[in-house]
Design a protein around this ligand. Structure first.
Ligand code: R5P
Length: 307
C-alpha cells in the first residue's frame, strides 16, 4: 500500500512534518498565495493522483483559512486524489452551537457541512463540544477526536507541585475532572456568566484553600482571555500564588497571551495552534488517530461512499 501523503496549508509546516514523521507518510507541497486583490492562487507541487491525502490546517483565524482549504480539497479531488482528509488540530466555529437569538446563524453546523462536503475524514483535538454530544451531530464524515487531558495531566505532574486544578466555568468540568483524575489532584470549578464577547463575570462558590496549593486553571480555549483574566483576578484575591493557566487551544485574540502573563500567570498551551507558550505536544495522538482512520477497513468503505 502506498504511504499516505501529508501536505501543510500555509503556517502548518511544523505540525505536518511531525505527523508525516510519526506515520512514515510522504510529505508533499502546495503553493498558496494571495493575488493583489485578495483572491487565492493555489497549486499542488506534488502529484496527488491516487494518493491518500491529508491536508494539515489548524483553524484559528478561520475566515482567511477556510476558503483556501476548500479550494485545496476540491483541487486535490479534481487531480484524482483517492481520499482527502483534514487534520485540523484546532477546529473553529464550534462555539456558536445554538440560535441564541432569533435570526442568528448557527455557524458550527454550517462549517460542519462545508467541511463534510469537502473532506472524507477529519481529525482534531478537543473540539468545543458543549451543546453537541459529539462531532457526529454536525459532521457527516468519519472523525477522530484527540483528548489533550492525559497530556495536560502529565505536564502538570512534571511541572507543578501540589496542584489544585481549577475550571473557570461549568463547561470546563468535563476536561478539568479528567485532568485532575489523571494528575491525582483535587479540582474545583468556578461559575461564569458571559455578558458579551469581552465581558465575563466569574464567581467562586466553594474551593479548596488556595494558599496551600498551586492553582492550575485549565480551559479548552483562550480567545479574548477574559475568562482566564477574571478567574486569575479572583484566585489572586483569595490569596493564590503563582497560578498556572493551561489551555488546549491558545487562540489569543486581543494579545490576550500578554495580558495573561502580565497578570502573573505561567501560561502553557498545546501545539494545536503554534505559539511560544506551546508546552504540550499533541502530534503523537493526532498521528495515531489519523493512522487508525486510514487503516480502518469499515470506515474506508464509508469513505468511498462519500466520493
Ligand atoms: C467557553 O465556552 C470556553 O470553554 C472558554 O472558556 C472560552 O471560549 C474562553 O473565551 P475567552 O478567552 O474569550 O474568555
Amino acid at each position: 500500500m502506498t504511504a499516505p501523503l501529508v501536505i501543510a496549508m500555509p503556517s502548518n509546516e511544523a505540525m505536518a512534518e511531525a505527523i508525516a514523521r510519526e506515520i512514515a507518510a510522504d510529505l508533499g507541497k502546495i503553493e498558496v498565495h494571495a493575488f493583489p486583490d485578495g483572491e487565492t492562487y493555489l497549486r499542488f507541487l506534488t502529484i496527488v493522483s491516487d494518493r491518500n491525502l491529508a491536508l494539515v490546517c489548524t483553524l484559528d483565524r478561520p475566515n482567511d483559512k477556510i476558503l483556501p482549504l476548500l479550494f485545496a480539497a476540491a483541487t486535490a479531488r479534481e487531480l484524482g486524489a483517492a481520499h482527502v482528509g483534514l487534520v485540523a488540530p484546532y477546529l473553529a466555529y464550534m462555539r456558536q452551537d445554538r440560535r441564541f437569538k432569533p435570526g442568528e446563524a448557527v455557524t458550527s453546523r454550517q462549517v460542519g457541512r462545508f467541511l463534510s462536503d469537502a473532506f472524507d475524514w477529519l481529525v482534531t483535538v478537543d473540539p468545543h463540544l458543549h451543546r453537541y454530544g459529539s462531532l457526529a451531530d454536525i459532521y457527516r464524515i468519519p472523525t477522530r477526536v484527540v483528548h489533550a487531558a492525559p497530556l495536560i495531566s502529565h505536564w502538570i505532574n512534571q511541572n507543578v507541585s501540589n496542584p489544585l486544578i481549577v475550571g473557570p466555568d461549568s463547561e470546563s468540568e468535563q476536561w478539568v475532572s479528567a485532568v485532575a483524575k489523571d494528575a491525582g489532584a483535587p479540582y474545583g470549578v468556578l461559575e461564569k456568566i458571559r455578558h458579551g464577547d469581552r465581558n465575563v463575570e466569574i464567581s467562586i462558590r466553594a474551593l479548596h484553600d488556595l494558599t496551600k496549593r498551586t492553582p492550575v486553571l485549565v480551559d479548552d480555549i483562550i480567545s479574548s482571555g477574559r475568562t482566564m483574566i477574571e478567574a486569575l483576578r479572583l484566585l489572586k484575591a483569595r490569596g493564590a500564588k503563582s497560578p498556572v493557566c493551561v489551555a488546549v487551544h491558545g487562540v489569543f485574540a486581543d494579545q490576550s497571551d500578554e495580558v495573561v502573563t502580565q497578570a502573573g500567570a505561567h501560561l502553557v498551551t498545546s501545539n494545536s495552534i503554534p505559539h511560544e507558550s506551546n508546552g504540550i505536544d499533541v502530534t503523537e495522538p493526532l498521528a495515531n488517530s489519523m493512522k487508525e482512520l486510514l487503516s480502518s477497513p469499515s470506515e474506508n468503505s464509508i469513505l468511498k461512499t462519500y466520493r
